[in-house]
Write a protein that binds this ligand. Structure first.
Ligand SMILES: Cc1cc2nc3c(=O)[nH]c(=O)nc-3n(C[C@H](O)[C@H](O)[C@H](O)COP(=O)(O)OP(=O)(O)OC[C@H]3O[C@@H](n4cnc5c(N)ncnc54)[C@H](O)[C@@H]3O)c2cc1C
Length: 324
């Protein structure tokens, strides 16, 4: 396979989003496997790209800085990307599976005719062939997608949280300023404003230690005991869906297919059975420790360490040990 791996770098209000670092990390790994170059594409307002250090993660950065492009506009980003793809003929284009990426990637695919696989959770190179891994039926099955003809290139949108940001050595990549296409039409849509969706007091996607509460906690009143454990351990509280559905914790704590994908170094699952919709959200976690009084609970199949016990007995024992 020849041609660069192209990563579309997403910025919001001047700062590069976490998913772009994850894409760059994965792209670095693929580039090392295929011995190809990593090119990042950045579109943003003037003097914005140096405010983040993403450019150290690529061999080359194509930078389009223009006051008109401060806020994302799918039509502009599409036309810029299509121009680059036609000229550079990359082997692969990676875009975050974010609201913007979901808008942008199909628009690029439609204009270029390149095959597209969306919401991928992994990209593998096997026998020189690219295989995208996608979840089906809410994470119960994993499908491997191959393209009939990948010689012209392909596009993937990748689910945020699928890859960790690994420590590839920084380098000073080549910075290549590019111009907006001359015939860029006036877009039919325009950015109006950001509306805060209430991200919540904590961002569970950034936590290194998650203390996660399941229905096994039994009642809302006992959640405080687990919150105290999280405080002592220096972790952040997350939860399964029933805990949200019952109104015990706000939605932004929820892990899983209809919640958030997380990638803590340690995930402590307390009273969580391990339904696939939940487990799909912790694919990127480091060490998983499960506490469940049912020793046959499915969570033990994905846990690195399992404790078959009452979660409050476990919590009290840890608190006691740490207070000594
Ligand atoms: C479309 C769809 C999307 C979904 N999305 C999500 C999602 O994003 N996230 C999510 O989590 N779920 C999601 N679900 C729900 C999912 O299928 C499960 O129902 C849910 O994950 C179960 O949550 P739980 O493990 O907390 O509860 P349960 O399955 O009820 O498990 C509770 C566990 O606690 C244990 N337990 C009970 N008491 C104690 C105790 N004192 N000490 C120790 N262990 C104890 C029990 O043995 C049991 O294993 C989704 C479902 C659907 C249909």
């Amino acid at each position: 396979m020849t041609g660069d791996i192209l990563v579309f770098v997403e910025q919001r209000a001047g700062s590069v989003r976490e998913v772009s670092y994850q894409l760059l990390s994965k792209a670095n790994q693929i580039c090392a496997e295929l011995s190809v170059r990593l090119t990042a594409v950045f579109i943003g307002p003037k003097a914005s790209f140096l405010s983040s250090d993403f450019y150290k993660k690529a061999d080359r950065v194509l930078v389009l800085e223009d006051e008109r492009f401060g806020d994302f506009n799918c039509e502009i980003a599409r036309d810029v990307m299509v121009g680059i793809i036609k000229e550079q003929r990359p082997a692969m284009v990676l875009v975050g599976h974010t609201p913007w990426g979901m808008d942008l990637a199909p628009a690029i695919a439609a204009k270029t005719g390149l095959p597209l696989s969306t919401d991928c959770v992994d990209i593998k190179i096997e026998a020189g062939k690219v295989k995208a891994v996608r979840q089906l039926y809410g994470g119960k099955l994993f499908a491997r997608v191959v393209f009939k003809d990948e010689s012209k290139g392909c596009i993937f949108t990748v689910r945020p949280g699928s890859f960790s940001v690994e420590g590839y050595p920084d380098r000073m990549g080549e910075i290549v300023p590019i111009e907006a296409p001359k015939d860029l039409p006036e877009p039919s849509s325009r950015f109006v404003e950001y509306v805060d969706t209430g991200a919540g007091e904590v961002d569970i996607t950034q936590a290194e230690l998650l203390v996660s509460i399941g229905r096994g906690v039994g009642e809302k009143e006992r959640i405080e005991e687990i919150q105290e454990l999280a405080r002592i351990l220096g972790g952040v509280v997350s939860c399964s869906r029933p805990v949200v559905d019952k109104g015990w914790l706000p939605k932004y704590h929820q892990v899983g297919t209809s919640g958030k994908s997380v990638k803590p170094k340690v995930y402590l699952a307390l009273g969580i059975s391990g339904a696939f919709q939940h487990v799909a959200g912790i694919a990127g976690a480091g060490t998983v420790i499960a506490v469940n009084k049912d020793k046959k609970a499915p969570i033990f199949r994905v846990a690195d360490y399992g404790v078959a016990d009452d979660l409050f007995a476990f919590s009290d024992a840890i608190k006691k040990a740490l207070k000594k």
